[in-house]
Design a protein around this ligand. Structure first.
Ligand code: SF4
Length: 252
């Protein structure tokens, strides 16, 4: 795992949600770094989803004795930047990257300003846990926001720990969201789920079609065997009846 700063004096950790915070906090504490959580996520829509994620991470932070601060929930400000890019998007990958870059920017600028105002020396983020995020853009935006606020950037790539974060959050019964956060990602995730379901159905149909000749052959074999067995049973019954008849009429 790469780190731009090995020993930050006082680390503020921008956190997107509880599940993504599990591993970064464990790894940081292992190295003797006690982070302070900053939940600054105006990207999350709708508001009750924002609150649900916040309550989940706050409850967990309290449970493990981690300090927690909530940012300002300002979805309108997010809409004016990242949201506007999303609206104008042609659906291309480049446009999606531009939207996510603007989204990271809004959140990191808020966290960096908070860090500078509250005496933190460095800012990190849990966003890099997800392999579905743009790691290099996260890094660039974190560095940009930190430079602007006059603090150090503490970027670390936590994506190798994604599987463990997933396992631990499931085991802990933590709320796990099914989309990144913004309204666009909610629609994209739903479309991707539909695509995956359709692909699974197509694969099921393809396998059934591939199995059909073999199943027909086996059915024919079973029918043949049943006919043979019936014939043999009939023969045995006839012979038995014959033997019984001869026994009763030995002179016939
Ligand atoms: S997909 Fe995620 S990172 Fe990208 S704009 Fe939406 S909430 Fe932000």
């Amino acid at each position: 795992m790469e780190s731009t700063e090995e020993k930050p004096v006082h680390l503020l950790l921008h956190a997107c949600c509880g599940p993504c915070s599990l591993e970064p906090v464990r790894l940081l504490r292992q190295r003797g770094i006690e982070p302070h959580i900053h939940y600054a996520n105006s990207n999350i829509a709708p508001a009750d989803e924002y609150a649900r994620r916040r309550d989940t991470i706050r409850a967990w932070a309290t449970e493990i004795g981690l300090s927690f601060a909530e940012g300002t929930y300002a979805p309108d400000a997010w809409e004016a930047t990242a949201g506007r890019i999303g609206e104008a998007s042609d659906g291309s990958e480049a446009q999606r990257q531009a939207r996510c870059r603007a989204c990271y920017r809004v959140r990191f600028e808020e966290s960096a300003a908070y860090a500078a105002a509250h005496g933190f020396g460095a800012l990190g983020t849990t966003l890099s846990v997800s392999p579905y995020q743009y790691g290099w853009i996260i890094r660039e935006e974190l560095e940009r926001a930190c430079e602007q606020a006059g603090i150090r950037s503490f970027f670390e790539d936590y994506s190798p720990h994604y599987a463990e974060a997933t396992r631990r959050s499931r085991e802990a019964g933590m709320y796990r969201q099914v989309y990144c956060g913004c309204r666009f990602s909610e629609a994209e995730a739903a479309a991707e789920r539909e695509e995956r379901a359709a692909a699974r159905e197509a694969e099921k149909a393809r396998r059934a079609a591939a199995r059909e000749p073999e199943e027909r052959r086996l059915a024919a074999r079973r029918a043949q065997r049943a006919a043979y067995d019936a014939k043999q049973a009939h023969k045995r019954a006839v012979l038995k009846a014959l033997r019984a008849h001869r026994k009763e009429h030995p002179d016939a």
